[in-house]
Design a protein around this ligand. Structure first.
Ligand SMILES: Cc1cc2nc3c(=O)[nH]c(=O)nc-3n(C[C@H](O)[C@H](O)[C@H](O)COP(=O)(O)OP(=O)(O)OC[C@H]3O[C@@H](n4cnc5c(N)ncnc54)[C@H](O)[C@@H]3O)c2cc1C
Length: 292
């Protein structure tokens, strides 16, 4: 198998290790800065191809796909940064190859990779694929290969017209010691005030399931789960959260997990240390009274 790593960053140590499981001399295609190409040339890959780029890197998906297809690459490995993830999706479409994430190991044409946010592993037969994985760190092998320059065309119709820093996060839930999370069991945005009262008494940060952020009741940085934060507080209290897999995957490293839900069959009850089958509109005021 031939492996190509497509990257804008020199921090690709893990990708090189993964690529070497099928190809002892993987090729790195560096998009962007010459200094990155020079650093990658010292990382121990077999060849470095460098293309100077400008604008969004995903605009080069067509040219990159042609290059790796002409080279006969079976496996294209891409680091899991925002820019490269967008590129990887485009490459998979252009190459008509499956896009796989969270790779764990690759042997004899079989790849094991994480699914459902990494809580399960699956092994698939792979002949050709685009893999998105954690890039890893910088590697200096002590020797260097020549950087081969190529010119790649960018797709027309895609240009950056403005860029702004994202608003600062309102809280870093990854460091929270205690969390009170709310789900669709809460009926109205105004009801979050009483939840905030309980959280304050517990010394906890308020978090939520994705639908609550979708309603605009709390910002996205409060979402816990697959598309939100993975958290590890000592106490996690879930109020009116059903416990779908996409939420639970973010909670698994918590210490004590408590859930309040009217539905005794709620999946979250399978994950908790303490479960209260009851109405949060009765339980929360009772807890506030008990803590007062
Ligand atoms: C690709 C993908 C990624 C996703 N990523 C995430 C993610 O990162 N995070 C996330 O949270 N979700 C995510 N989701 C959505 C997820 O699948 C669920 O839809 C979501 O977690 C459900 O939110 P919920 O528990 O608040 O709502 P529901 O599933 O509607 O549950 C509400 C719960 O409240 C209970 N309830 C109702 N009234 C009361 C009451 N008065 N007192 C107590 N309990 C009550 C109900 O019994 C029910 O169990 C994702 C989905 C997809 C497809």
């Amino acid at each position: 198998m031939k492996a190509w790593i497509v990257t804008t960053s020199a921090a690709i140590g893990s990708l090189i290790d993964l690529a070497r499981e099928v190809d002892p001399e993987p090729v790195a295609l560096v998009l962007g800065a010459a200094s990155v190409a020079d650093a990658v040339a010292r990382s121990g890959v077999g060849r470095v191809v460098w293309a100077e780029t400008s604008g969004p890197v995903e605009a080069y998906r067509g040219a990159v796909a042609s290059l790796v297809a002409e080279a006969g690459a079976d496996l294209v490995l891409v680091p899991a940064s925002d820019a490269e993830r967008a590129l990887a999706g485009g490459l998979a479409v252009a190459l008509d190859a499956p896009l796989l994430t969270l790779p764990i190991g690759l042997k004899n044409g079989l790849m094991t990779h994480g699914v459902h946010g990494g809580i399960a592993e699956r092994t698939v037969a792979v002949e050709r694929a685009v893999l998105v994985a954690d890039g890893g760190g910088l590697v200096d092998s002590g020797t260097s290969v020549v950087v081969e320059r190529v010119v790649l065309a960018s797709a027309s119709g895609l240009e950056i017209v403005d860029s702004q820093p994202a608003p600062a996060a309102s809280v870093d839930l990854g460091t929270s010691r205690r969390i009170v999370a709310v789900g669709r069991g809460v009926r109205a945005a105004e009801d979050l005030a009483v939840i905030g009262d309980l959280a304050a008494r517990l010394g906890a940060d308020v978090a939520c399931s994705r639908p609550i952020s979708g309603l605009g009741w709390l910002p996205h940085d409060r979402v816990i789960g697959l598309t939100g934060r993975r958290v590890a507080p000592e106490l996690y209290v879930a109020l009116g959260v059903s416990g779908q897999l996409q939420h639970v995957v973010g909670v698994r490293s918590s210490g004590v997990v408590v859930a309040v839900n009217t539905d005794a069959a709620s999946p979250l009850f399978g994950e908790v240390d303490y479960g209260v089958v009851g109405d949060l509109y009765e339980i929360v005021p009772a807890l506030i009274r008990a803590l007062s």
